[in-house]
Ligand binder design. Structure first.
Ligand code: 6CM
Length: 247
């Protein structure tokens, strides 16, 4: 019926066997493990992280960084969302079916390869930001359970001969993103939509891949990242409201 969700399409609790035999597996496993670990490390006492957006439980930090004159500021965001699980959060972030509904910077999205139920390769083009050239990205995306009640999606740039960089109107950007989520509920109680809280750590590092004015880029990030995280988390809360909870 319309109110039951196929459990099979939720992120699987164990790694899909088809992924572990794929040539990208060693890289996907290593980078995902590193990213998930780093995502849960605090920014509190650390030098260099500057808070640039704060709203309710959401906090966003960045570290100003440039590589060959290009802005590559690492971004880290923390948030707390009530009424949804880590697994549900990651399901909506990973599954391309929902992407156009929450991703506002997107122009096109193509699934380049379906590696397994928990790993895909995407080609995406983004809306052009004046006065820079349009950007595209080619990246693998992997969703996994890390520990109990903890799920994460890692996205990382890759290459594919059928999708060469910098040939058309687009400059290829490079991205490493991790959305790591951990759910908790009162000890001794069963988890419900009323008592569950999910802590989110979102990390993103984007190399624009070619000339883009630093000031414009930083202004876009400052506006777009908070907008993305608020919109995405509200979207998941709305989607889950009348559905059975998926731990
Ligand atoms: O993590 C996010 N989205 C994922 C699914 O699309 C994926 C995307 C990574 C690429 C991030 C590139 C951002 C740079 C976009 C430049 C063009 C901005 C145009 C703005 C026009 C309105 O991991 C959420 C990414 C949120 C980015 C703000």
């Amino acid at each position: 019926s319309v109110h039951t969700r196929d459990q099979v399409e939720l992120p699987p609790p164990a790694i899909d066997n088809r992924l572990t035999v794929h040539p990208l597996w060693p890289e996907i496993d290593r980078i995902s493990t590193e990213q998930i670990q780093a995502a849960f490390e605090g920014v509190g006492g650390e030098i260099g992280w500057q808070l640039f957006a704060e709203e309710g439980d959401m906090r966003m930090y960045r570290r100003e960084m440039e590589v060959d004159g290009m802005v590559t500021d690492p971004l880290k965001a923390m948030h707390k969302v009530r009424g949804v699980t880590a697994r549900e959060m990651c399901h909506y972030f990973f599954n391309p079916r929902y992407r156009y509904e929450w991703e506002t910077t997107l122009e096109t999205m193509t699934i380049v390869e379906e590696i397994s139920s928990d790993a895909l390769v995407f080609h995406q083009t983004f809306k052009r930001i004046w006065p820079a050239s349009q950007r595209d990205a080619l990246f693998w995306s992997h969703v996994r359970q890390s520990t109990d009640n903890t799920y994460a999606v890692t996205n990382h740039s890759t290459t594919n001969v059928e999708y060469p960089a910098n040939t058309s109107a687009c400059i290829r950007l490079f991205v490493t993103v991790c959305l790591a989520c951990r759910s908790s509920w009162p000890a001794g109680a069963a988890p419900t939509r009323d008592n569950i809280t999910t802590s989110i750590a979102y990390c993103s590092t984007v190399n624009p891949g070619g000339w883009a004015p630093a000031g414009v880029l930083r202004a876009v990030y400052k506006r777009e990242y908070p907008k993305f995280l608020k919109r995405f988390t509200n979207y998941v809360v709305e989607q889950c409201r009348d559905k059975p909870i998926a731990i």
